[in-house]
Design a protein around this ligand. Structure first.
Ligand code: NDP
Length: 327
């Protein structure tokens, strides 16, 4: 069915992204009978799909695997009538009303309101060797690829909670994990640092940066430099993991939504509202501070409640102006 402006479908509410933020928004919106349509994106379930044990999400006293938790979120969202399309939104016009969204297959949808929960993606160091050895020993996901390096030595770059978690995961598979830390301290939480330091087969290199990889056809060595002394050396490894943080998945909204210099969408304080009426943001796309599944879920709830209130006012306005609600 085509809508008045030539799009394929009109929806009251579209949710972009399917991590904890998107699913929670969907659960609340579906229970409010907004009949949300969700576009899951390229990695349905988001970053938790590449996480092992989640020990800090309330309600799971014995911990839960990330993918299992996201499966629970999905079932809960679908139970109340959320429809999920396993497609990517590649283009948006959020300033139009209704808003126009285009998928990777070229279909267009219009929506009265939109909730953005597109999350964030792992960052890379930016050295050429990361590309050269892509799928030949380089990875940004220990949980996805660690198994391939069973019994081998591996290196991991980073010193945050992600790097600590991945180093611990790899330590169960690899013979030795060489952890390259660019400063003389770690950013990871104290409990994670303690676990890393108490693991005999994790070797920490302080003030150390990886500047190149070598090997043929796969990674055989990581070339490192001590950034205090300038001393260069190499470590023989079969795998090279990068765990240095994330970048928000917000490129398609650039020029339309207000963002900070890193690309995080700016929401109005204490609200999920953006600078555009009827567009709400939740989760890591707007959060560079907390970035937790539970905070993402909390802001997903906020976005659904804000969208519900905004839609009620919008529909009342439309009715007053004599325009019939379409969805
Ligand atoms: P962070 O931004 O917290 O840490 C990134 C790490 O990578 C830092 O140690 C940083 O070093 C290092 N780094 C960045 N760029 C480079 C570079 N070019 N070369 C070398 N090292 C580099 O990201 P995380 O992904 O670790 O964590 C993000 C958020 O998610 C955090 O709030 C974290 O607490 C949370 N988290 C929680 C988990 C849990 O509770 N189970 C699991 C995973 C993440 P430097 O310190 O010098 O800047």
């Amino acid at each position: 069915m085509q809508s008045a402006n030539g799009s394929d479908k009109h929806e009251k509410l579209i949710i972009i992204g399917s991590g904890p933020a998107g699913y929670t928004a969907a659960i609340y919106a579906a229970r409010a009978e907004l009949k949300p349509l969700m576009f899951s994106g390229l990695q349905p379930g988001g970053q938790l799909m590449i996480t092992t044990d989640v020990e800090n999400y309330p309600g799971y006293p014995e911990a839960v695997m990330g993918p299992e938790m996201m499966e629970d979120f999905r079932k809960q969202a679908e139970r109340f009538g959320t429809r999920i399309k396993y497609e990517l939104i590649t283009k948006v016009d959020l300033k139009a009303q209704p808003k126009v969204l285009t998928t990777d297959s070229g279909e267009t949808y219009t929506a009265d309101a939109v909730i953005i929960s597109t999350g964030a993606t792992a960052k890379w160091l930016g050295i050429e060797a990361e590309q050269t050895y892509a799928n030949r020993g380089v990875s940004a996901c220990a949980v996805c690829d660690g198994f391939f390096f069973k019994g081998q030595e591996v290196a991991i770059v980073g010193a945050g909670d992600t790097a600590a978690e991945e180093a611990l995961y790899l330590s169960k598979l690899a013979s030795t994990v060489h952890m390259l830390v660019r400063r003389d301290e770690m950013r990871a939480s104290k409990i994670m640092q303690k676990r890393v330091m108490n693991t005999p087969n994790i070797k920490i290199y302080w003030n150390t940066e990886a500047y190149d990889l070598s090997g043929d056809p796969k990674v055989e060595k990581v070339h490192i430099r001590n950034n205090r002394t300038g001393e260069e050396s190499e470590i023989a490894v079969g795998g090279f993991f990068v765990a240095i943080g994330h970048k928000p998945n917000t490129e398609i909204f650039a020029g339309q939504l207000d963002m900070d210099e890193a690309g995080y969408i700016i929401n109005q304080p204490g609200s999920s509202r953006t600078n555009i009426e009827g567009v709400f943001v939740s989760g890591d796309a707007a959060d560079k501070v907390y970035r937790q599944a539970v905070t993402a879920a909390g802001t997903g709830c906020m976005a659904a409640l804000d969208a519900e209130r905004w839609l009620a006012a919008y529909e009342a306005e439309q009715e007053e102006a004599g325009v019939e609600a379409r969805a």
